[in-house]
Design a protein around this ligand. Structure first.
Ligand SMILES: [Zn+2]
Ligand SMILES: [Zn+2]
Length: 175
């Protein structure tokens, strides 16, 4: 949602609290399109500091369904989002860089909250998503989810890690 900052911009040293809904329903990236299944309004705190800058702070949490890297089953993944932005109000040469950084989530004097949240999710995107630590994955031949049972495919290429496990079992039997 776009948050209008025009009012607070004109109110020196004022602070406002706003609850702002999140419009995003999916997270679309190069990796694909992921449904957002849970989200809560953002509690925003906006402060005008001496008409020099605005501080925008807020937190929220959202849950995105991301497929497990091994079995592709959707894993609800929670993102805790901290928003901490400083928006300069004055035209001075030394704030040029901040201005540049602020550009992509500012539309005139509207804060593009969904854009901020999108960027935070992107930065915090997990390297690896597993439905459980020991997820068995899917059979490369028939595609069966091996967490739900084994399949009848012939295991022509035994996984070296499986061979170790088989050895362990053999040793157990001998005891
Ligand atoms: Zn899995
Ligand atoms: Zn199979």
């Amino acid at each position: 949602m776009k948050v209008d900052l025009t009012d607070i911009k004109a109110l020196e040293n004022r602070e406002v609290e706003k609850r702002v809904p999140v419009d995003l329903v999916t997270f679309d990236s190069k990796l694909g399109k992921f449904p957002i299944t849970k989200k809560e309004d953002v509690a925003l705190h906006i402060r005008n500091e001496e008409n020099k800058r605005l501080f925008v702070q807020g937190t929220t949490e959202l849950t995105i369904e991301i497929p497990c890297d091994r079995c592709l089953e959707e894993v609800p993944t929670t993102f805790h989002i901290d928003i901490n932005k400083e928006i300069p109000l004055e035209e001075t040469p030394d704030v040029d860089e901040e201005k540049l950084e602020a550009k992509d989530y500012m539309l005139g004097f509207h804060l593009d909250l969904d854009r901020i949240i999108y960027d935070e999710v992107l930065v915090n995107w997990p390297m690896k998503v597993l439905c459980k630590e020991d997820c068995a994955g899917i059979c490369k031949k028939c595609g069966k989810n091996l967490n739900h049972g084994t399949c009848d495919c012939e295991k022509t290429e035994p996984d070296p890690r499986m061979a170790v496990i088989q050895d362990v079992f053999k040793n157990f039997k001998e005891v």
